[in-house]
Structure formats: structure tokens, C-alpha cells
Ligand binder design. Structure first.
Ligand SMILES: [Zn+2]
Length: 123
């Protein structure tokens, strides 16, 4: 019986590694920015990492809290940390959206976020 259990455990370990992991980062303040002059400070779709900002993809983070290049799960969407901002400090994420109207509509929110590692949500 012990042998069978050991065999099952050995089978499950690589499956867990492949499934990827989510690291609970706790509650973050979410704000929204768009390519307009006011929100992007004239950077438009340009990000500090050199990537072109895309909606439902690009977020700005405090790199002291979340590494640039990290994938971050927020409300069911996997974003990529590819920008920083003077006003983005600590537990605060600025989410890129295409229109200024959307930044106003979505306002300021607070929600739990996860950093995703591994293949579970591979692009
Ligand atoms: Zn704007």
C-alpha cells in the first residue's frame, strides 16, 4: 500500500509544477489609464519597458512590489507588468485601457491580485 501511495505522489509532483502557481499578492488599488495626453503624460502607447501598451494586457506597477514582465491575474484577466508610473507606488496597479471614457467609468477599485508563474496561463 505504501508503495502505491509513493508512486501516486511521484506522479503528482510534476503535474503540480506544470500546472503553474499563483502567488496571492493581497488587495491592490486599481486605477486606469489611457493613451491620452493627461493619462499617459504624452507617452501614448509607449511603455517604460519598450512594449506597446494594449488593453486587457498592459499594466503599470511599482517594480519594487511586482517585477516588470510578471503576469498578474486581476478579475479573471491575465495582464503583463510592462509599465511604471510616477503615481504608481506600493500596492497599486494602473491598468491600460484604450479610451479616456473607460478610465472615468471604471474609476478606482480595490481587489485581490495574483502573480502567475508557470504554464497554467501561458500566452
Ligand atoms: Zn486618458
Amino acid at each position: 500500500m505504501k508503495r502505491v501511495l509513493l508512486f501516486l505522489v511521484m506522479l503528482m509532483i510534476p503535474m503540480q509544477l506544470e500546472a503553474g502557481t499563483r502567488i496571492n499578492m493581497g488587495e491592490f488599488k486599481l486605477t486606469f489609464f489611457c493613451p491620452c495626453e493627461i493619462c499617459s503624460e504624452d507617452f501614448g502607447h509607449e511603455t517604460s519597458s519598450g512594449k506597446i501598451a494594449r488593453s486587457e494586457h498592459t499594466i503599470a506597477v511599482d517594480p519594487a512590489v511586482i517585477d516588470i514582465g510578471s503576469r498578474v491575474l486581476i478579475d479573471g484577466i491575465i495582464y503583463t507588468a510592462e509599465d511604471t508610473g510616477g503615481g504608481v507606488n506600493g500596492d497599486h496597479i494602473d491598468i491600460f485601457v484604450e479610451s479616456h471614457e473607460e478610465t472615468l467609468r471604471r474609476g478606482v477599485q480595490y481587489t485581490n491580485v495574483w502573480v502567475v508563474r508557470g504554464d497554467e496561463y501561458g500566452e
